[in-house]
Design a binder for this molecule. Sequence first.
Ligand SMILES: NC(=O)c1ccc[n+]([C@@H]2O[C@H](COP(=O)([O-])OP(=O)(O)OC[C@H]3O[C@@H](n4cnc5c(N)ncnc54)[C@H](O)[C@@H]3O)[C@@H](O)[C@H]2O)c1
Length: 269
Amino acid sequence: MSYGLLKGKKGIIFGALNEQSIAWKVAERCHEEGAEFILSNAPIAMRMGELNSLAEKTGSEVVGADATSIEDLEKLFDAAVAKFGKIDFILHSIGMSINVRKGKHYTDMNYDWLEKGWDVSAVSFHKVMRVAWEKNCMNEWGSILALTYIAAQRTFPDYNDMADNKAYLESIARTFGNYWGERKVRVNTISQSPTPTTAGSGVKGFGGFLGYAEDMSPLGNATALDCANYCITLFSDLTKKVTMQNLFHDGGFSSSGVTQKVVSKYDTE
Ligand SMILES: NC(=O)c1ccc[n+]([C@@H]2O[C@H](COP(=O)([O-])OP(=O)(O)OC[C@H]3O[C@@H](n4cnc5c(N)ncnc54)[C@H](O)[C@@H]3O)[C@@H](O)[C@H]2O)c1
């Protein structure tokens, strides 16, 4: 269903890898709501080629950029400005931890891998906003969003250094969001339910995360499509004064102490 909420809006969407990606669903929904955008991903991910089918479907251009490289980001934003003039929205849907990927335990952290994952998963959000800031290419009442996970506030075994990266990411959203306020641009993070994607499924015991969150969420887990719909509202003009927030989008998980479903599993009386 389309409400035309993003008619005339232009943006950049980072992080669509394949059909499971949250950014993929966001791009599809943005297109349905009337937005135009550039799709971007790391050159290595683009070599997999799946992004081209999304570009074709949504009539968008693909511009590769390693989000940790200021030089790549400058080229990307120059391309966006050449195509659209100023833009209205940015989605940062990027995450990666080598410690998670290689199964290195948190207590035995590899610090080189930590630094790389921190740069990709958290600092890249600062870099994206910095380049947009320096090029002064956001329209007033624009919206910048990144995706995060509740491991920034609570511990989850084997989420590893991604928990620390997400805490850092959320802090960048608040701190940079303060400055963006001067330009009437909002900056928020969405804290999404566990979602079966390439990045999500890479976490050891992911099936357990997913099932537990489902049982602990009165509305059940939010899917990638649910997340995309929420992103649309945050890019639309209906949420102009929402900024510097970490917005839980998790079926109620973040406010649940325990649910009846979980009580019933343990209650032996
Ligand atoms: N899947 C979940 O359970 C879940 C839950 C909450 C939040 N998130 C967050 O949602 C976001 C999107 O992840 P997803 O679940 O859709 O998985 P995904 O694997 O589809 O997306 C991650 C993306 O990051 C990109 N990326 C990695 N390194 C990059 C770099 N150097 N430059 C540019 N892009 C790079 C990948 O190519 C990929 O497209 C991430 O921030 C993730 O942490 C995911």
